[in-house]
Design a protein. Sequence first.
Length: 583
Amino acid sequence: MKKEAKMKRISISFCFFLLLTGTLFAQPKEVTIKLIHTSDIHGQIFSYDYIKNCSFDGGLSRVSSYVNEQRRKYPNRVLLLDGGDILQGKPSAYYYNYLDTISPHLCAQMFNYIGYNAIAIGNHEIETGHSVYERWVRLNNAPVLGANVLREDGSCYLKPYEVFEIEGVKIAVLGLLTPSIPVWVPEKKWKGLRFEDMEASARKWMNIIREKEDPDIVVGLFHSGVIYSKLEGMYNENASAEVARNVPGFDVVLAGHDHTTCLKKVLNAAGDSVLVINPGYGAFQVSDVLFDIKLNNGKVVAKSVEGNLQRMKEVERDSAFLRHFDSQIEDVKKFIFRPIGKFSKSVSVRDAYFGPSAYIDIVHSIQLQETGAEVSFTAPLSFDAQVDKGMIRVYDLFNLYQFENQLYTIDLTGTEIRNYLEFSYNLWINEMKSPDDHLLLLKKDDYTGKYIFQDYPYRFDSAAGIIYTVDVSKPFGSRVVIEKMANGKPFDLKRHYKVAINSYRACGGGGHLTSGAGIEKDSLNKRILATSPMDLRYYLMEWIVKKGNINPKTLNQWRFIPENWVKEAAKRDKKLLFETIDN
């Protein structure tokens, strides 16, 4: 009897437990989940600009502080994601890409330290070459995603998506990369890979994710911009908003790549609202996304999402983060502070938008010397940068030349050279109808209200080795007149010339050779005469070390006309572009 009574009590207790837990499970539940998203960090890790020797308003040491604060506020309910392009731009990345290839890569170490949950691969990761990005991918604790990065047999080269579960809410994160890599990056850097169209890939994987995972929330983690653009008539470069609209199923699309901030909601093809957000670059801001979710019987019955671009300027740098990476900081500083020569005067990229520039002509001179070419093309690679007179150190080269491009020599006819320049100047020069018009193609930034270029400065190529004028009062197609070679010899539109150019341009980047010079994309490889084994920054360093003391001068091989119009217009536009920076 005692045993039966005891069993009865146990049975009643167990039933009561089941009833209680079932009741609790059935009760409505509300969950708040935070997504924090960075993109296009470009080596800005320590929130200190060692080039300008001043504190930096963005950077990952500030992000680390912010993430810690949000994790305290939303314990175990924060997902930290990155949208790619960490491996290029600053000495800290360059040093671990190419110089110290034995130590664990700093850009993986710090992602691991902060505790990123997923990372999308960017085009500048691919640009570093197989050995660099494969090493970095392996070292990251978080999965590096890229659903549309495929091997030649069609299999996924990277993990396509990752699934997280937070308090009964299932979240799928799909990673996609802009497919335009072949336009910008030499094939040897991505040999064995191909890049599927983002929308086609998103449709395929959305179906797989829905069927296999049945998620409550789907996040697009895209290394692609928001304002739609298509390259070479075949590559949908900036397609984040298009995918959000055309592929139903996403709750939020985290964009990047174009360095342009964005925060908006779009309607997709099913009539649902999708949040599209882009934090820009350098971690000046982060995407801060908040999901409010209601569950009943363990099922999501309602959800809402709101986004914010959170500025990092007022966030203190994480002192523990900086202490943890102190030895790596010291290694990078030893590299970048090494003296290599002297400049007798300062050079500024600002001059390059209004005429010949000593800043740009240093690059032209090196390209012509290293290749033995007759003509050189190059562009400003930073919107606003300066190298001061006096001792030149390694870090100054990251001002002079921002990207890890190789140096190519290609074959172009005189007509193709002229058409290339017509295309280039049309990207940044206004057709002036009167002396009161703008010289430059400007617009107001929607986010800051400041005047900016309508296009990117890294597309604004000028030439050296030839003497020419650009008539800003004439329409596209009739502005550039090439008078002669710089050595005084005649310039012949029908003759073939050796032209020095960076690898990005040689692959078709910017459209100068294809849309401008009129060369078919498939024919570009046939035009390549030589390629350099090292990047252009290396040759800059060698050139400065060899010369020692340098007096930067403009080559004065081109000019804008009519000069009486240009002089005053240049003053006005220079003030619009740079007065807010100086003040």
